[in-house]
Write a protein that binds this ligand. Sequence first.
Ligand SMILES: [Zn+2]
Length: 205
Amino acid sequence: MILVGEIRDRETARIAMQASLTGHLVFATLHTNDAVGAITRLLDMEIPPYLIASSLSGVLAQRLVQVLCPACKVPAKPAADLCANLLDPTASRLYQRGPGCDKCHGLGAVGRIGVFELVTVTSKLRSLIITRASEAEIREAAHSDDFPSMFQDGLVKVADGQIAYDELMRVTEPDRPRADELPADPEPVPPPQPALVPLRVIPLN
Ligand SMILES: [Zn+2]
């Protein structure tokens, strides 16, 4: 087993990939916005797609979110956009940051908790990587395989009263709607036709 502190250049990435191909279990970190971003980052480091597809098993992305102080957090009214994002906002126990107390040294928060997303490189993702599919296509395929995004994982923690919704919105991006969830395009309007001008036949004498 090999641990690579951080992959920040092509050479380190190549060595990590080669080590995994020769049977080592390699753990490494990368700075990206989300789990799928790691694939793009490796491609940007000029790692050939076939090498990524054959050696990458999965990516776990995390961001740290402040945990509401349980002693002074106050109930929150669900925001309109939260209602759209949470399946059942009435069933959730929503809280926001309190005024601070002795327990949290007046901060309203005690420590931090991770919101995570795990992308496992399935055979479907492998073929998308090899064909150099766009990051959006890979992300859509990954999430349709039932991998909750960091935002969705955070929503569970919001609904559980552990973190505040505005704090989650500060550190993660809400999921973009998937192509099949977007409203259908309206009927295309045909371009205006040039008016037909009747031709007058002038008899030649
Ligand atoms: Zn407190």
